[in-house]
Design a protein around this ligand. Sequence first.
Ligand code: CA
Ligand code: CA
Ligand code: CA
Ligand code: CA
Length: 350
Amino acid sequence: MRRIIASVAGLLPTLLALSTPLGVACERPVGTDPPPDTQPDVPGVFGGRCTDDGFCNDPLICANDICVTDPNAAGEGEGEGEGEGEGEGCPDADRDDACDDVDCDDTNPSIFPGARERCDRVDSNCDGQLNDGLDCTFLAHDRDTTFAIDPFARTSRVLGEITLPGNNGLLDVDRDVDGTLLAVTADGIWEINSNGTLTSVATIAAPTRTNGMAITGTGTLFLTNDDGVDSAAWRVERPAGTLVEVGGFSAGLVSSGDCVVTKEEDLLMSAKDPDNVAASDVLVEVDAATGATTTRGAMGFSKVFGLSASFGFLFGVTQAGEVIEVDPATGTSTLLFDTDNFFNGAANGD
Ligand SMILES: [Ca+2]
Ligand SMILES: [Ca+2]
Ligand SMILES: [Ca+2]
Ligand SMILES: [Ca+2]
């Protein structure tokens, strides 16, 4: 539960700015950078940045951190555009080298035949499938069973049962920086093995009614608890498992069920009014140094026991079995689909 990538919604102004009237020719200068004032902030597309992983959509190449046309590619000179309709004058409003007869979204330059598919609600490569063969699931769990939740296909399937030590249920799970899936129970931090068994990572006496675990991008492990009196955030010193109380939450709020760390390293938590647990949870930011909380807004769902920052989105799961999408800025949440499960927690999915 640690990564939120830039929201697709945040790209819309840029994409709209890129739109030009129909009738623009497909050709473009070969091997040259686009003018600075037309560079879109869209990774992978012509003129987009490629600083992070060097990724550019085919057939573009990364040069000086900008995706440009390969000057050494076949079909030199003007009219080098590939596929149908190449050459002069084919309508290509979004200038992604895919003419409007093959471009399934000619207003969006990150969508065209051959584009890299991503886990989202978009058929990026125009093959008629949202996310092709990608694994776009995050993990959620109840007391002893894990589920793979696909928030785009809106499906949930059982992954497996966890062999629990003693009589402890899973309080929460999260993915460590190395990809290892960790679980917290009342008396320890555990690695979840692929066969469902647990290997001890650290012995801890988890705070009373621990209900959330989140791991930052640098491996700091936080727990949140709700005992109705001094609910707080805790940091687990690894590998010893020493618990350090970060601080108590602001008055009138206790942890509802989970915490999550975003790409911006914000520690977010679903919280509730301890005197009105049936009311909507609120999404709050927890100061990782003091434990003080800042409310972001009502979620509209109660008992949000799992939060998952996955694929650039923030998702939640509830005790009632709902799978929701959460706006991390406002807390406002929308129902994606309902299941028959009783979710206790969730981990991030990418
Ligand atoms: Ca196009
Ligand atoms: Ca397009
Ligand atoms: Ca597709
Ligand atoms: Ca997609």
